[in-house]
Design a binder for this molecule. Structure first.
Ligand code: 5GP
Length: 112
């Protein structure tokens, strides 16, 4: 069971900011910006490259959840960044698909 599955199961505490039947969003424990929320499917998809065509509706719902979380966090007007780290070279450390929503300051580009 991954760390994020334990958060979904309420076995590990997290600051949950948004929840639906198939999606959860909570604050990152090591925030990299004034707002740093992780948006995840409850289904344990390991990473984006492991998603299947049957996940199309869920992936669309995740994008719309990100839109709603960003608005809820007051980021819609100023802007924000959405990132998914996929695999080793992507810098993924937790093997459960997640989207970082970062905002509240001007972010630099490109990432390291
Ligand atoms: P990744 O590096 O896989 O893209 O992102 C994993 C994220 O999970 C990191 O930003 C890290 O700070 C966050 N994280 C790791 N452990 C915990 C935890 O126990 N609780 C929360 N809320 N976030 C965590």
């Amino acid at each position: 069971m991954t760390l994020f599955e334990k958060i979904i199961a309420r076995q590990i505490p997290a600051q949950i900011v948004y929840e639906t039947a198939d999606i959860l969003a909570f604050r990152d424990i090591q925030p990299q910006a004034p707002v740093h929320v992780l948006v995840i499917p409850k289904k344990p998809i390991v990473r984006l490259s492991a998603a299947s065509d049957e996940d199309a509706v869920l992936l669309g719902k995740l994008m719309l959840a990100i839109r709603d979380v960003a608005a809820q966090e007051g980021l819609a007007e100023g802007g924000y960044r959405v990132v998914t780290n996929n695999g080793d070279h992507g810098g993924q450390t937790v093997d459960h698909l997640h989207f970082h929503v970062l905002g509240g300051r001007r972010l630099s580009w490109p990432p390291g």
